[in-house]
Design a protein around this ligand. Structure first.
Ligand SMILES: NC(=O)c1ccc[n+]([C@@H]2O[C@H](COP(=O)([O-])OP(=O)(O)OC[C@H]3O[C@@H](n4cnc5c(N)ncnc54)[C@H](O)[C@@H]3O)[C@@H](O)[C@H]2O)c1
Length: 364
């Protein structure tokens, strides 16, 4: 599929077992989009699993490949690593059409994309996403960022890749918790935009959890298509793109309160979605059946739907500091019915009450 952003448009190619064709695919971008020189940015685990094969593949197509290995984990997503990547590019005399290839999940993608946006005021970058989060979310849309000691993703740029190349078979080596964390984002896409995708998740969860490649091909393709459509209509987070934040207002607050350690991003979003649906019922937008269907699906996926032990005051405080909070009001993404959401401005007082009752009702 195509992310349509005029001169910054790019293809998102998704398949099963396509990994070994990456070198050939990339060589088609030569010489118009990229040159002969590329750097593969990855981490030690992915270098071992897929990087060596990918580099071999690229060299067979005549590319001059530099490998840049960053330590695994969110802590590498910082300015010091941007500096180290750029040092390597300078040392290797990378020029305007030399390309960066991000082989990894959201951490590698965000870091590489940001380094690509900054070096020589922008060189091409290609994302080969290897996690569910990266395949269905972070690789599409052009948000790149690194963390600052004072906060996540504080330093970043909108910078679109030239190509996203996703093979669902690489998800086989992902640990199960990462897999279902990513599934929370897929469920989100069903709720915000695609009732058919939601039904598929309801009926085929056993296949999905057993990593059936055809099931995943469908999930990743549909999710990317939805994200691509939203991003094509709204590149820089205006109203349309806001719907992608469904479940994220509370989700981010939970991540902050637990210092990004207690729950994966997907788990926090799952709880955020349950709360958003409850709030939607309270606002009279949807019935309890819709909220229950969503909750049942999250449970089926093995995702948490309650927040035991989380103090609502601390969570509310974290939510107050969210970008989406304006004065005494919060722009909340709420659900009308499965497949359709809307952004509604809600007074903080109401949210505080709803959150208190959510915490109480789910704390046992
Ligand atoms: N730019 C965006 O729009 C956007 C959107 C969502 C999330 N993000 C960012 O993405 C990051 C989270 O991304 P993530 O969830 O992909 O985490 P991640 O990149 O840290 O990957 C999770 C773990 O899985 C391992 N891994 C990756 N692929 C694997 C594979 N195929 N097999 C085995 N192990 C594998 C990684 O080494 C890592 O240990 C956060 O920094 C978040 O801010 C960005």
């Amino acid at each position: 599929m195509q992310v349509r952003l005029r001169a910054r448009s790019y293809p998102v190619e998704i398949g099963k077992g396509i990994f070994s064709r990456f070198g050939k695919r990339l060589s088609k971008l030569r010489p118009a989009v990229i040159g002969m020189k590329v750097a593969v940015v990855t981490n030690p685990r992915l270098l071992k699993l897929y990087g060596k094969g990918l580099i071999h593949n690229l060299r067979a197509e005549g590319f001059a490949v530099t490998t840049i290995v960053v330590p695994d984990g969110e802590r590498s997503k910082d300015l010091s690593w941007v500096g180290r990547i750029i040092d390597k590019l300078v040392a290797g005399k990378f020029e305007r059409r030399s390309a960066l290839i991000a082989l990894g999940g959201g951490v590698i993608g965000d870091l590489t994309g940001f380094a690509a946006s900054a070096y020589l005021r922008g060189i091409p970058y290609i994302h080969v996403p290897t996690t569910v989060i990266a395949q269905v979310d972070s690789s599409v849309g052009g948000k790149t960022a690194v963390n600052h000691a004072k906060g996540k993703n504080l330093i970043g740029a909108f910078y679109q890749p030239k190509l996203v190349f996703a093979d669902v078979e690489v998800l086989n080596s992902l640990n199960f918790r990462e897999l279902i964390g990513g599934l929370a984002e897929v469920i989100k896409y069903g709720v915000i935009a695609d009732a058919k995708l939601f039904r598929f998740l309801e009926t085929d969860m056993a296949r999905i959890l057993s990593r059936d490649p055809d099931a995943w091909l469908y999930l990743v393709s549909r999710s990317c298509a939805i994200k691509a459509a939203v991003v094509s209509a709204d590149e820089r987070e205006g109203d349309r793109r806001r719907i992608l934040n469904y479940g994220h207002t509370l989700g981010h607050a939970i991540e902050t309160v637990t210092s990004y350690r207690g729950y994966t991003h997907g788990e926090a979003i799952a709880m955020g979605m349950v709360f958003a649906a409850q709030l939607s019922v309270a606002e009279g937008l949807c019935g309890t059946t819709t909220a229950k269907r969503q909750c049942d699906l999250l449970v089926k996926a093995g995702l948490p739907t309650t927040m035991p032990g989380l103090p609502h005051a601390a969570v509310m405080h974290a939510m107050d500091r969210d970008k989406k909070v304006v004065a005494e009001q919060v722009n909340f993404v709420l659900v009308d019915r499965i497949g359709r959401v809307r952004v509604k401005t809600i007074e903080k007082q109401k949210i505080r009450r709803a959150l208190k009752s959510f915490c109480q009702s789910t704390s046992s």
